[in-house]
Write a protein that binds this ligand. Sequence first.
Ligand code: DSN
Length: 415
Amino acid sequence: MKKVRVIDPEIADALSSELKRQQNNLELIASENFVSEEILEVQGSVLTNKYAEGYPGKRYYGGCQFVDIAETLAIERAKSLFNAEGANVQPHSGTQANLEVYFSVLKPGDTILSMSLDHGGHLSHGSPASLVEKLFRIISYGVKKDTETIDYDLLYELAMKEKPKLIIAGASSYSRIIDFPKFSEIAKASSSLLLTDMAHIAGLVATGLHPSPVPYSDFVTTTTHKTLRGPRGGIIFFKKAYEKKINKSVFPGSQGGPLMHVIAAKAVALKLASEEKFKEYQNQIIKNAKTLAESLKQLDFRIVSGGTDNHLMLVDLRSKNMTGMVAESLLESVGITVNKNVIPYDPLPPDKASGLRLGTPALTTRGMKEREMKEIAQIIDEAIKNMNNNSELEKVKYRVRELSSNFSLYPEISY
Ligand code: DSN
């Protein structure tokens, strides 16, 4: 029996139920993934006990010789994988990483030009709901109404008119290739700094399956747990000239003790991401996303922008007379986990939303391929068509269980 079950059965039950949920359900949340057992092992290691404020070789605590090894490996692997001049692996999350970039070069009141949340941007890029909007002046670009792809003409126009101190490229729900040379050209024309948040596509970038923002950006932030398939956390990449500013902004600027167990797990994830089979995995993520999008289109679902070039897609549910909110809970009831999402120019508010965001990284980790994606599209369609027919929904639920049971996940783990 696991030790936690002896001392805290309530938490052990929560862990056990979550494990079963992950094993039995079909996980289609585009920003989630399943880490390897090695990463779980390192993240649950004795490194969690160590305080190490500062940086390798320059800490404010004794006894840091071994965590220094871990952090140095993480930094070097991050730089090498993404061909970056510098990396800070301490940010606790992607939002934290973005804030740390802002605090390194901006003053309160400075202007940021970023993609609007409604069109696929991220909260931390300056949504009115976030702290960022209270500290800085936020101007937003978005996607064109007809193509639903980034409106680079509007971006240029706004950049030249507003002369923002910082332009942010990158998104949370955008399924097309982002033109980083174009962003860089516009940032240069408006004398702005360029930050790219590549959190969603980091795994694709690491393997050359999405063009890299690194040569074109002053700063690049990422999370490590999405397509990159590492522990939850963030990394900031920077041009050498910003090394001191970024490092100071992370510590002591906005964080205290780094999470050394997570940093060591980031190092392992970065090592795994440099292997040839990681490229095959990323390739399969894209093939799966394209197949899922095409299969849904054949079942009369509209895919925003007509398809996908990466790991995710936005499905417009209006032709099915269903909101994202209803679809999310309906699919949850049959064992498919997704998130409702606004679509560009959505007539509905975000808590209802007209769309769903679907992504393939997690199911690809479980070994699913094109055949399973076609089946999942049919299952989603069946569930939506039969939303008021409980006996049909029971059959759909059974199909989900059957499909899921063919792809094992964490067979050795129990709580
Ligand atoms: N919450 C993440 C996502 O789902 O895209 C971004 O932080």
